[in-house]
Ligand binder design. Structure first.
Ligand code: MN
Length: 232
């Protein structure tokens, strides 16, 4: 066997809510502009032409409850509260009617964003990676089994910043439903167990500062929390 030059990283996993088990993470897909009010606040008209995606490295995923330093290279570090879909079965070119069969469960998540770097990338038609895919940029709570959650739709999704509500919507406000997203994404990738889909954020995104505390909830799921380490 070939000698490894340094130890392999620990596998990236997400705890299950009630089982003594963990979900091993393969890939992280994120959906752009999936709530009309958020698209509008970012200066875009929402379109139903097709959803679009970006990705985050699993190495950048952290668990709910973490305290993270304010990241380098930004002066506009933003929160985006999101509903996360955990894929538990393989699928390629899946029909919308069969798409929910791929879902193992759901979690609350945060798509943390260096908004200033994302803005420069948009202006210059460059990739979003440095704005979206950086250390600690994806945060996730424990996964609830799909059967224990029910069909996504009426559940409220919300984020509190230092106890004050800043993002509030319902999953039914999503432009693309979970089934539509899975069906579409499965035309681009062979979806497989371990994939996560961050399904986009409602309106109300905004900056965080050192010392801030984020508390995100989707009705029926474990919350996701994040603390930005105090300065100094
Ligand atoms: Mn997002």
């Amino acid at each position: 066997m070939t000698k490894l030059l340094f130890p392999t990283p620990e596998p990236v996993t997400v705890p299950m809510r009630v089982e003594d088990a963990a979900f091993p993470v393969s890939r992280i897909f994120c959906v752009g502009r999936n709530y009309a009010d958020h698209a509008k606040e970012m200066g875009h008209e929402v379109d139903r032409e097709a959803p679009f995606y970006f990705t985050k490295s699993p190495a950048h995923l952290i668990h709910s409850g973490a305290t993270v330093p304010y990241p380098p290279g930004t002066a506009d570090f933003h929160h985006e509260m999101e509903f996360v879909v955990a894929i538990g079965a393989p699928g390629f070119r899946v029909a919308e009617a069969d798409a929910m069969d791929l879902v193992l469960g759901y979690a609350s998540g945060l798509d943390m964003t260096r908004r200033d770097l994302q803005g420069v990338a948009k202006d210059k038609r460059r990739p979003w990676d440095t704005g979206k895919d950086f250390e600690n940029a994806a945060v996730i709570g424990p996964i609830t089994r799909a059967g224990d959650f029910g069909a996504p739709g009426p559940q409220a999704i919300s984020l509190h910043l230092n106890g004050k509500p800043v993002q509030q919507a319902h999953l039914s406000d999503m432009v693309w439903s979970v089934a539509e997203l899975i069906a579409h994404l499965s035309t681009l990738y062979h979806l497989r167990p371990g994939d996560l889909i961050f399904t986009g954020t409602p309106a109300g995104v905004g900056p965080v500062s050192p010392g801030d505390m984020l508390h995100g909830e989707v009705e029926g799921l474990s919350p996701v929390t994040l603390t930005i380490a105090p300065a100094g």
